[in-house]
Write a protein that binds this ligand. Structure first.
Ligand SMILES: Nc1ncnc2c1ncn2[C@@H]1O[C@H](COP(=O)(O)OP(=O)(O)OP(=O)(O)O)[C@@H](O)[C@H]1O
Ligand SMILES: O=P(O)(O)OC[C@H]1O[C@H](OP(=O)(O)OP(=O)(O)O)[C@H](O)[C@@H]1O
Ligand SMILES: [Mg+2]
Length: 286
């Protein structure tokens, strides 16, 4: 423990972001609650206090400066009128906020004028429509917005879409460009001095994201083929190259994007690399 003031962080207590936020903070070395009924958890070693709150309320607490930071969705921040801003995108909880209308109705955005649109995000949707001069009546619902058309309270919906299966099941079809592309983010209040604990948290979270998105590749290659092989695995700065006992051969190590690993292994093989090993990165700080 150090003598910095406690960093007070809001995290989702339930919903789509709760589990992934818990996992990310645990990977970053923070203590997390063991009982899903706990409302507050003190991580004394790291000088952090976590408050478990509804994801929709998190921007409000942070905007009011009651808490220093919050984990929430970009869509939820923009829907609130909170005076808070995004400081880091977290790479999970990815969704699109989209319009949908009954299947086969071939709506375009210009059809929205004068219609009833059901949504749980009236702040976000209202601002988007106002910017475009579209006048529609917003029907505010708490959830299960997809049923609103069938039940006759709205002509179209604007809702969170992940796989699209909920819309499809309700007989709705998306139309128009996405209103917003959202993901989980970290927010802080507008116009405050940076909390001294923020940089460490940011570094740790960035480390978790890098460890998740990259793998380590090791291989052996003849010195004559090094240039071609290292062009395939340039690493973050440059690959580490060391000498093997075997005359004229080198060992190479580099970080590679996890999603490209199979393709990179094929390409290395094609330029004569041998003993190609790909391993997970447990933790990292760049
Ligand atoms: N499959 C998903 N469905 C809904 N939201 C998702 C999904 N995946 C990620 N999210 C994101 O999670 C955040 C919180 O949404 P969530 O549905 O958990 O809150 P909520 O609707 O207020 O809570 P609940 O659904 O528990 O009533 C939003 O930013 C949303 O974009
Ligand atoms: O595109 P999909 O993969 O089908 O996911 C999107 C659905 O998930 C969310 O609902 P949630 O379970 O949070 O219920 P809610 O509508 O009551 O918030 C969201 O509001 C959509 O209904
Ligand atoms: Mg929901």
């Amino acid at each position: 423990m150090n003598d910095r003031p406690l960093l007070r962080i809001a995290v989702p207590n339930k919903g789509s972001l709760a589990e992934a936020t818990h996992a990310m903070l645990t990977e970053a070395g923070y203590k997390q609650r063991a009982d899903s009924k706990d409302l507050v958890l003190l991580d004394e070693a790291n000088g952090v206090e976590f408050y478990y709150l509804r994801p929709r309320d998190i921007a409000v607490y942070v905007g009011e400066r009651t808490l220093d930071l919050g984990f929430t969705g970009r869509d939820m921040l923009l829907d609130s009128s909170a005076t808070a801003n995004e400081v880091l995108a977290l790479g999970f909880g990815g969704t699109k906020f989209r319009f949908a209308a009954p299947g086969g109705s071939t709506w375009t955005l210009s059809d929205l004028d004068g219609k009833r649109i059901a949504t749980s995000y009236p702040g976000l949707l209202g601002a988007w429509l106002a910017e475009r001069g579209i006048k529609a009546r917003l029907i505010k619902l708490d959830g299960a917005v997809e049923s609103a058309v069938k039940l006759g309270v709205a002509d179209a919906v604007a809702d969170v879409v992940e796989t699209g299966s909920t819309l499809k099941r309700a007989g709705l079809e998306m139309f128009g460009e996405p209103i917003l592309i959202s993901e989980a983010i970290v927010i802080q209040p507008n116009g405050v001095e940076r909390h001294p604990g923020l940089d460490l948290l940011m570094r740790r979270l960035a480390g978790v994201m890098t460890a998740r998105n990259y793998k380590m590749v090791d291989y052996n290659v003849a010195a004559a083929n090094l240039e071609r092989a290292s062009a395939i695995t340039p690493g973050i700065d440059s690959p580490t190259v060391s000498h093997l006992a075997r005359e004229g051969w080198l060992a190479v190590r580099a970080m590679i994007p996890a999603k490209d690993a199979p393709m990179i292994m094929d390409e290395l093989w094609n330029v004569g690399a041998e003993g190609i090993l790909v391993t997970d990165i447990a933790a990292c700080r760049l």
